[in-house]
Ligand binder design. Sequence first.
Ligand code: NCD
Length: 311
Amino acid sequence: MKHLLTLDDLGADGVREILDLTDTFVEVSERQIPRVPALRGKTVAWLFYEDSTRTRLSFETAAKRLSADTLNFSVSSSSVKKGESLRDTVETVSAMGVDAMVVRHSSAGAPHRIAGWTDASVINAGDGRHAHPTQALLDCFTLRSNLQSFEGRHIAIVGDIKHSRVARSDVRAFTMLGAEVTLVAPQTLLPPCLDGWPVKVSHDLDSVLPTVDALYLLRMQKERMTEALIPSLREYSAGYGLDLARAAQLPQHAVVLHPGPMNRGVEITGEVADLPRTVVLDQVRNGIAVRMAVLYLLLGSGVDLTTTGAQ
Ligand code: NCD
């Protein structure tokens, strides 16, 4: 596999392979010196045309733990501000001899275009509302750690599905692995057409809560909204926000996930965000190991992982 643009590049077997490989990198991350020389001599560049905290730090940490060199490119302080086109920027970075580009862009399909302009591997770190494959992989890894299997499990994804690349990749991943998915949102926050989505839909969070093994909450993605889709955030929280009373309706074993950044008080209250069943920080921790697995699979397959990177 050369690129990771969507989960379809992996398929169900590829997703399982990454999850198994991630176990190895969780073990590496727990070593006293959490570093292996697997990608020594390889260079990974970041092209982040949209804001990011978790995804970017996570990829950087993953690349460092694999001993790769990294090229940091920040749009706000680059020639993009002087009007350089995406293609020229990509060709410039490519000419510096990079092995992989990790791309985040507000336009759906940008990583796909970029893959046509460079010999480097391209990893999609989120494109518009289209896809965010490594987020879905880390969500699957976190769910697998908590629920053991996906077969017969019920996962509800709640909130602004319409604008969410995370929801699109998660639906693909969770159903690929055998789980049932219900989307829970007001009609205005659902995509206008759900043909071909293997999901159920509900507008009533309270009736769904007792039936789930996991609840996946989404942020209201105001930066992608061009019109008012809900009467007010208060009204949204009253219908779809997870507070302590609602969390108490979840089965005891059920976990709560969120890709971050959380808007406490909107989709989740502060108290629920801090409950032990809310595994947001596990998602963050697992994200590093998952991205190590992805980078290793694309750039370093075959390199022995038993030696230490310490020197
Ligand atoms: C998400 C994103 O940027 O797609 N965040 C993330 O990568 N962890 C979700 C969001 O912005 O709400």
